[in-house]
Design a protein around this ligand. Structure first.
Ligand code: NAP
Ligand code: HSE
Length: 421
């Protein structure tokens, strides 16, 4: 029997789930010849009552060094989140030759190059981060191990459970935004600062990680085009419905020859598309690859057990000596920021004469061809949501249109735009 001694940082939604699964599945893992012992759990407040049962022998600490300096601990599970203290934990553990398993996409994405270099320096330290992208969906293992011989061309999909939960409730129930966010927080889906979910940062970290695993490129997060869902209104859902679709916060990374594009944005998704019915905190990833064509992975993208299950899977792989080699791809591709596609532009206008003509002029000037003009019957002439959709064009052309229309006196705020899938 091989014994793996763990030190777990974090006893919240995810950390608690890891403890529970390891306890419940102990006999199953022992039957595989692996005995996993949780020697220490590090939390902020050692006196807090936990919503999970700790094994009797586990010691609860709040001082990081009690785990980091413990030579008996050979694998560290990091579930505290953030990019400061968690960075010290992860980097220190690796330097001490301990393996690390983490769900922390913000950390991995911010320090991809440094982590890669450090792991190369300490080859004995295993590193698992399946839980960092797509919660319970095995996307990292699939890309790194199962599609190892299949060149990946495109990754797209829904990678944030909180926003998908909110958008699906807005679509189906006309639900109130703030109330639904609170529900997502109570269910343990949201990040400690939910702005990370709502404004797209969480999804951006995840697609940056997938771009490394799938294409071998390291992308500076701040350079990725990102738009969140805070500007989405119930009128957008009404217009999306008129256009035969719904709205989802999507991530896209696509390789074209020697270049690639990458972005996070709400998008109009036609009802006929695979992603349209994906509701709640469910995530879905579409992988476009040379030999397999399209592969779809769907599953729970957030929450205690789905995420903890991905962590446990990494612990087991490391215990069995399996190196997923998720960072092994390296390519130098040029990032193309001028995203191409059809777009939806929604303006809020004060009703008046000649507005459609003026908007059309701005489109013409920017070389943007209009596909449709949408206006629901006016309820309040002082604040009318008005929409145009475009033919295939570029992000820079759409930005020009929005800039110019936004300067018009009839326009109540800068127009909002999103791509159409
Ligand atoms: P959480 O419920 O807020 O739990 C955080 C835990 O970390 C708490 O137990 C807290 O201790 C502990 N902690 C925080 N700061 C600490 C410090 N300075 N020293 C010691 N302990 C500290 O967070 P979570 O939802 O489990 O998320 C953890 C990580 O998993 C994050 O990186 C998140 O992005 C990632 N993740 C979460 C989900 C999800 O669905 N929740 C899914 C995928 C990935 P106390 O309990 O004593 O306060
Ligand atoms: N806050 C994240 C989400 C957790 O809502 O998807 C999973 O990474």
């Amino acid at each position: 029997m091989k014994t793996i001694t763990l030190g777990i940082f974090g006893g919240g939604t995810v950390g608690g789930g890891v403890v529970e699964i390891l306890s419940q599945q102990k006999a199953v893992f022992e039957a595989q010849g692996i005995c996993i012992e949780i020697k220490k759990l590090c939390v902020r407040d050692t006196g807090k009552k936990r919503d999970f049962q700790l094994p009797e022998e586990t010691i609860v600490v709040s001082d990081f060094s009690k785990i980091l300096e413990d030579e008996e601990i050979d694998l560290v599970v990091e579930c505290i989140g953030g990019t400061t203290k968690a960075k010290d934990i992860v980097f220190e553990s690796i330097k001490k030759g301990k393996s690390v398993v983490t769900a922390n996409k913000a950390l991995i994405s911010a320090y991809l190059s440094e982590l890669e270099a450090l792991l190369a320096q300490y080859p004995k330290a295993g590193f698992g981060f399946e839980a960092s992208v797509g919660g319970g969906i095995p996307i990292i293992h699939t890309l790194a191990r199962d599609l190892v011989g299949d060149p990946i061309q495109k990754i797209s999909g829904i990678l944030n459970g909180t926003t998908n939960f909110i958008l699906s409730k807005m679509e189906k129930e006309g639900a109130d935004y703030a109330k639904t966010l609170k529900e997502a927080q109570d269910l343990g889906y949201a990040e400690s600062d939910p702005t990370a979910d709502i404004e797209g940062y969480d999804a951006r970290s995840k697609i940056a990680i997938l771009a490394k695993v799938a294409f071998g490129v390291v992308v500076e997060e701040s350079s990725i085009f990102m738009k969140g869902i805070s500007q989405i209104t119930k009128e957008d859902f009404a217009y999306a419905d008129l256009l035969g679709g719904t709205i989802k916060l999507l991530v896209v990374a696509e390789k074209k020859g020697n270049s690639f594009s990458i972005y996070v944005s709400p998008m109009i998704v036609p009802y006929s598309h695979n992603l349209a019915p994906i509701g709640g905190a469910t995530n879905a990833v579409l992988i476009g690859s040379k030999y397999l064509s399209e592969t779809v992975l769907v599953g729970q993208g957030a929450g205690r057990f789905p995420t903890a299950n991905a962590i446990v899977s990494d612990i087991l792989l490391i215990a069995h000596g399996v190196d997923v080699a998720a960072f092994s791809k390296k390519e130098s591709l040029v990032k193309d920021d001028n995203i191409e596609g059809k777009f939806y532009i929604r303006m809020r206008i004060k009703d008046g004469l000649g507005i459609v003509r003026r908007v059309a002029e701005c489109c013409e000037k920017a070389g943007v061809s209009i596909d449709s003009v949408q206006q629901l019957p006016i309820e309040n002439p002082n604040d009318v949501p008005f929409v145009v959709t475009t033919d295939k064009t570029t992000l820079s052309a759409i930005e020009k249109v929005c800039e110019e229309v936004g300067r018009e006196t009839f326009c109540l705020e800068k127009p909002f735009f999103m791509p159409i899938l």
